[in-house]
Design a binder for this molecule. Sequence first.
Ligand SMILES: *Cc1c(COP(=O)(O)O)cnc(C)c1O
Length: 353
Amino acid sequence: MTFDPEKLVRDNIRRLTPYSSARSEFAGRAEIFLDANENPFGSPLARDYHRYPDPLQSKIKKNLAAETGLDAAEIFVGNGSDEAIDLLFRIFCEPGRDAALVCPPTYGMYRVSADVNAVRTKEVCLRPDFGLDAAGIREAADSRTKLLFICSPNNPTGNSMRRETVLEIVRDFRGIVVVDEAYIHFSREKSLVAELRAHPNLVVLQTFSKAWGLAGLRVGMAFASREIVALLNRVKPPYNVSEIAQEAVLDALENRAAVADAIAKIIVEREMLAERLEDFPFVERIYPSDANFLLVKTTDADRLYRFLLDERIVVRNRARVAMCLGCLRITVGTPAENARLLESLEKARSINL
Ligand SMILES: *Cc1c(COP(=O)(O)O)cnc(C)c1O
């Protein structure tokens, strides 16, 4: 397949002269930096943060490259994967003219990002089993449909999409297919990162916010062809990931074993919770989960939601989301948190909620 992302790019982006930062113009060795208007005395903080961070996050990318088998030029690092989502809209979708395709029920940011950028969204709902409607997607796509978002494992339904179906859609779709793997580390399925080189219109998103436990730092990544990554780098703000965030992410990457440990614990807790939740009379169904949350269909989601709030436990009420009617989305917590949740649910049972 010959696929040239340049052909999909907005005219203003194709013509863009990107901002050239002091830190990106000079890459050699120097001792005295008088190029970026920083305060040379540093800050009152113990750590030194008075220099601008690496605009291309090269240490993080080197580490991720070794892990994924990709080249650093095939990796984009952003201020959360939400930044990558927004950049894809700004690069590829002409406001008021182009469209993006989403498959609800799914992550709300695709739609919000489209709306912010004045890009139309077309919806092709998941099938009743929460699988992808490949035929519906093919039918809905046209030459103005630049982006297609597939979330796998999907938020809020928790299931992974069938790999072969996703790849068929990627081969068929003429725009860019964004596969959001925010929850991949909790999944039985393998990442699609290994498929990138065979599929030049594929973008895979991952994040440090979930399994890595670094949501507060705001770091996410996009894996894609070097052409697409070059476009993301052209359009992003020059210093989009702070020094503190870069240092902490690097630390985490160098301590993978601890992260793997936490993931294993969360999966054990997920299965325990799923089993225990079955018992409650107000629980109608627990959907199988490949993520760190459970979608739970209840007899009266609003009531249960409010009851849990009174117990000072907050879950996500998805009761009014199409195809998730009556559902709560419950994140898997620590063993102590999950025990508290179960205790409160016992209390709900005892008052016949
Ligand atoms: C949580 C989540 C993200 C993470 O976004 P960040 O901006 O990286 O924190 C991305 N996609 C989905 C589907 C999510 O649920």
